[in-house]
Write a protein that binds this ligand. Structure first.
Ligand code: ADE
Length: 373
């Protein structure tokens, strides 16, 4: 049985262990949003029925999928749980989805929680002792576990044991409690955020990368079809290429473009529908939204193109540093709008051009503070 349990006391939902066809939409679970799931709309975009349930439904990350399929097959052949697995990568790229697929393919139950939700050792003990043989415990934002909770995790991962407090006052002591063999799947936006002892206890460490525009177009076509408003190849391409390499954003934009297309009485999303809707939504041709543009403009206008330290930038934009580092920067860096130098963040010529500063004299530009990449 592959089932999903939540950390909010919701009853587990049964799913067929090995459906001949992809699991039916109802099988996907919803859960309270976890801290750090940037923007509730983005998390909502992965509503029931949209999330792939199987490797065969999952588009992109081909090399990663191939490896994970081998690890799952090998574990199943040995009748053992999958080794503890750490997935890292920017938000929205499918770490949770991949964890659910792993559980599904292993034919086990997944228990979903997050670092900040495990407030103390007792909460962790509750999760660990509820696990059945071979089950997956998925901890999103695992880098946000408190040091004491993290320490309890070590014996659970290494020895399948957790020390539980018993008795009170002078008779208080701890008793070791044996756990069923299980798999911890941790997700983090950056491995560097994890302490070395925790990182070293994972036997499988894999990154999830930004998706290509072609992969995103396929995801858009899949999602649009499931939403009952198919997208033409060009329509899907237009949405895909403005989705910042991120399936969660592709799915969110697909929903919004569908709204516009529906109200305009279209029966499918064409490129023109996508362009119209995305323009209304303030998503430009490179997929940048108003915060991206504000970030780049702030560096140009207030810091002469940089370099500027992340704290100063966060203060200027009134955005938390973590949000800038985890949500906005990775894509801007990957697409060459921004570079990180030892002295801070700096905009590139590409960013200047994109924001209409291409004449080299824009708004007091003196040719300094930009990198020609
Ligand atoms: N929805 C979100 N991520 C997806 C993926 N990688 N493949 C298919 N659908 C998705």
């Amino acid at each position: 049985m592959a089932r999903v349990r939540h950390d909010d006391g919701e009853p587990a939902k049964a799913e067929p262990a090995e459906p001949a066809e992809p699991a039916e939409p109802k099988a996907a679970r919803s859960r309270p949003l976890l801290d750090g799931e940037a923007g509730t709309e983005e998390a909502d975009a992965e509503a029931p029925g949209i999330r792939p349930q199987r490797f065969s439904e999952y588009i992109g990350q081909t090399a990663l999928k191939r490896k994970l399929e081998v690890f799952v097959t090998a574990a199943r052949q040995r009748g053992e749980p999958l080794d503890h697995t750490l997935l890292h990568g920017p938000p929205g790229l499918g770490k949770t989805t991949m964890a659910q697929i792993l559980a599904h393919e292993l034919g086990v139950q997944i228990h979903i929680t997050s670092g900040p939700a495990i407030e103390h050792k007792g909460v962790l003990a509750g999760h660990l002792t509820a696990l059945g043989e071979g089950d997956v415990l998925f901890i999103d934002e695992i880098h946000r576990l408190s040091p004491t909770v993290e320490e309890s995790m070590y014996s659970a991962m290494e020895d399948g044991r957790i020390d539980l407090p018993v008795g009170e006052g002078s008779r208080a002591r701890t008793m070791p409690f044996s756990l069923a063999p299980f798999t911890l799947i941790g997700a983090t936006t950056r491995t560097a955020l994890l302490s070395a002892p925790l990182r070293e206890r994972f036997q499988i460490l894999e990154g999830i990368d930004f998706y290509s525009d072609a992969e995103l177009a396929k995801i858009v076509q899949r999602t649009a079809g499931l939403l009952g408003m198919p997208a033409s190849a060009d329509g899907a391409k237009e949405i895909g290429r403005r989705s910042r390499g991120t399936p969660r954003i592709a799915n969110r934009l697909t929903r919004r473009v569908r709204d516009f297309a529906q109200v305009r009485e279209r029966d499918r999303i064409e490129a023109e529908d996508a362009e119209y809707a995305l323009e209304q939504l303030g998503i430009d041709h490179q997929g940048l939204d108003s915060i991206d543009r504000r970030l780049l403009s702030a560096i140009l206008e207030q810091f002469e193109g940089g370099p500027v330290g992340i704290e100063a930038l966060a203060a200027t934009l009134s955005e938390p540093r973590d949000t800038l580092e985890d949500v906005y920067e990775p894509f801007l860096l990957q697409r060459g709008f921004l570079v990180r130098t030892p002295r801070g963040r700096q905009v590139t010529r590409k960013a200047k051009k994109h924001l209409g500063w291409s004449d080299g004299r824009g708004k007091g530009d003196d040719g300094q503070g930009e990198l020609d990449l």
